[in-house]
Design a protein around this ligand. Sequence first.
Ligand code: URA
Length: 301
Amino acid sequence: MSLDLDKRQRAMLREMGVRLWQPPPVAASPDAPFAMNSVAVSPRLPGAEARFDAERQRPPTAPAPALRPPPTAPAPAPRAPAAPVSGLKPRPAGIELMAWPALQAAVAGCRACALCSSRKSTVFGVGPAASDKAPSVDWLIVGEAPGEMEDIAGEPFVGQAGKLLDNMLLAMRLQRGNDDAARPGIAKNIFITNVLKCRPPANRNPDPAEVAQCAPYLKRQVELLQPKIILALGKFAAQSLLQDSLPEVQKIPLGKLRGQVHSYLGVPVVVSYHPAYLLRSLGDKAKAWDDLCLAQAQLAG
Ligand code: URA
């Protein structure tokens, strides 16, 4: 079916939240560089392979439905407000001096907040194999908190948002450290973790008390990893990393934290959108790509 709509009708549908599908542009553009199942690379990354998602590979002459559902993921159920956190207990002593294996063990056994009673696993993070020392990485990616899938797997970003993150990373010629797929020219010098190491139940936001209890783990991870760049994904990561250097960071919208290089423990920090948000707001993918390019440029010095 094809709808021949005039400008006014289109504006009306837009008002109603109905999005009209437009044929994709023939030429490659960095507007939507990350697809769920494929990768596109901005021309700003020299030498990077350009790949495009299925939508972009559609021949321009192919008949296209005039109206089709937006290619966005279904909006998640509204998050329950964070319940007041009770049952805080002391963290393991001496986190600030721990070596990597001790830090891993401390997180695995942590009972410093009530999340320990509902979690299936702790999620320390993932990177290249390491034994007694932290893995050597250039990149540290910090997300918010494990979700349901991560809680089961014990690994960050393994759900839909994680697939998008993996594609974003591939576009940067990076892949998670424990990914065995051989991809020539793709580096694994990246560690991925979250502000919270345990899943908040019912998909609720992290509570400030939980963030505070978990913060020393992230701090020690940064001290031991010594990454060259940190990418903070979403407001909880940004706020948690920047609260000491940016007064009232909680009041600053995420969009205003983007586009500049901040600092955490002397490590440059670039703020970007959370991949789960990007799944619902495809229009902001191009901005996320700009953020990755900024981080890449910072890394390249
Ligand atoms: N969202 C996050 O912020 N972290 C995860 O590990 C998964 C989803």
